[in-house]
Every structure is written in structure tokens, then in C-alpha cells.
Design a protein around this ligand. Structure first.
Ligand code: ZN
Length: 276
């Protein structure tokens, strides 16, 4: 279940000892521009870099319950791929305090005090946590737009967590606020791309007419359903996945690329291992 906790939203499914996580909305930051107010976490959308770093510090402290500061964070240039990067403490600070490392759309780590931040404004942020046989946590975070979703980035995160010794049966996932089936109208080229990537049956299951819509209406895409199916295939059944009920386009507490016609800030999804 997702619940509000200060400026963040959290999922109880990820509340395990030694792990802190959170999803931000627009709330609680210091950006003053109409489109970035107030907790924008990207420095190429109009806010001065010092404002973005201040937002990043606010976000990092909230996510970690003040167990770590902004210096622990890592962000990368996101490219709508299925590339998941392994992080160590060495990566801390990338993307905010020093240049970003390699491009990619996901991160996995078993080290404490390094906090990957996924940045979205309609795309799907997914946070993961699991355990090794000795009880030590492994965490991951991914950015799943439609391209990353059908490229299977959620399954790639699971595979990479297992490669770090994490038991698959321990892995839980929280899917943060993203554009919902209610709002995600798509064109025929989109449907074709989904068919090509995942087959016709997958496209039919997840790109459909909205019930009661007039004949000739454009179909809507269900990014939630796509990711749930891909996670289930990877061995993470629906009972181990929590999905935020919020739609970023419907709910104006969020930045939405579509609703704001591209002039917007970005929200963060962060997760970190902290010694408890
Ligand atoms: Zn909606």
C-alpha cells in the first residue's frame, strides 16, 4: 500500500530493515518557476544548478530519514533503454555534484550510502528491494517509459539483483505514480512498436479502447499492466508488487510531460541501503 509520509509517498512493501526509499511529487522544494515549482530534480529544465542541488538535498534527506545527505545520490542521463548499471560508493555524487557517469535507465547496488535517483514526469519509476541469504539488502531502481518497459528493464533489474546474490523470492517492487491507462492515449505507430517488441497478444492485452468510449476513439496504453506482466514473467508475482494509485496526468500534484506539454520539472524515486 502506498502512503503519504511528509513530502514523499512510500510503499509499505519496501519497508524492510536497512532500506529507505521514497517517491516525490512537486511538493516541498525551492524551485520558483511556474513549471518547476517546487521540487524539480533536473538541472536542465530552467532552474539554476544551486536550486536543483538544494532540492536534491531535501529529497535525499527525506528518503533516508536524514541517515544520509545529498552527496550519496546518483543520477544518470536516461535514454529509454533496458540498461541497468551497477553502483558502488565510488559513484556517489554523480549527476549532481560531478558529471554523470554512463547513460542508463536503471541502477542496482548492494552497498550502503549510495542512493540511485530515477527521474520521471509520466514514465514509470520502479524501486526494488530484496535480501541475500545472509540478510544483507540489495536494491534497484529503474526508469520505465514505454520503450524501457517493452525492452524489459523491470526484468533486467530482477536479473541483476539475483546476480548480486539476492534471492528472487525475497524481491519486492513498488511502482510509483506514472501516466495511467485513464490518460495514456496512443496512436497506431505506438501500437505497431509494441507489437514488434512483444508480439500481437501482448499489444492487445495492454493497448485497448477505454470502456464506453465512442467508436473511432484512439486506444489507451496500460504501462502498469505491461510492467506487472513482465515482472510476473521474471518471477515477481503481483502479490509482491505494489502499484501507486496516482496518475501523473490526472493528479496535478505531479509533474506530467503530457499535461504540461513538455514544460515541466521532474520527480524523483530514490532508494538507499542505510545501516540500521
Ligand atoms: Zn489519468
Amino acid at each position: 500500500m502506498f502512503y503519504k509520509d511528509g513530502i514523499l509517498t512510500r510503499s509499505d512493501i519496501l519497508n524492510i530493515p536497512g532500506v529507505r526509499h521514497g517517491f516525490s511529487s512537486r511538493e516541498g522544494g525551492v524551485s520558483a518557476l511556474p513549471h518547476t515549482a517546487s521540487l524539480n530534480l533536473s538541472d536542465n529544465l530552467g532552474d539554476p544548478p544551486e536550486v536543483v542541488r538544494q532540492n536534491r538535498d531535501i529529497f535525499a534527506r527525506a528518503v533516508s530519514d536524514s541517515l544520509c545527505g545529498g552527496g550519496a545520490t546518483v543520477s544518470a542521463h536516461q535514454i529509454h533503454s533496458s540498461r541497468v548499471r551497477l553502483l558502488t560508493r565510488e559513484n556517489a555524487g554523480e549527476g549532481y555534484d560531478r558529471p554523470a557517469g554512463e547513460d542508463g535507465d536503471g541502477f542496482v547496488t548492494a552497498e550502503p550510502f549510495v542512493m540511485p535517483i530515477i527521474r520521471t514526469a509520466d514514465c514509470v519509476p520502479i524501486l526494488f528491494a530484496g535480501r541475500r541469504p545472509d540478510g544483507s539488502p540489495v536494491v534497484a531502481a529503474v526508469h520505465a517509459g514505454w520503450r524501457g518497459t517493452v525492452a524489459g528493464i523491470a526484468a533486467e533489474a530482477v536479473r541483476r539483483m539475483e546476480a548480486l546474490g539476492c534471492g528472487r523470492e525475497t524481491i519486492r517492487a513498488a511502482v510509483g505514480a506514472h501516466i495511467g491507462f485513464c490518460c495514456y492515449e496512443v496512436g497506431e505507430d505506438f501500437v505497431e512498436a509494441i507489437r514488434e517488441a512483444r508480439g500481437t497478444a501482448f499489444a492487445e492485452r495492454h493497448v485497448r479502447a477505454v470502456e464506453g468510449s465512442p467508436a473511432g476513439s484512439r486506444p489507451h496504453a496500460d504501462l502498469t499492466g505491461m510492467n506487472l506482466e513482465i515482472l510476473a514473467e521474471a518471477g515477481i508475482g503481483a502479490s509482491r508488487v505494489d502499484v501507486s494509485p496516482a496518475c501523473t496526468m490526472c493528479d496535478e500534484a505531479h509533474y506530467s510531460h503530457r499535461r504540461m506539454k513538455g514544460v515541466r520539472g521532474v520527480m524523483g524515486a530514490g532508494i538507499v541501503i542505510c545501516a540500521d
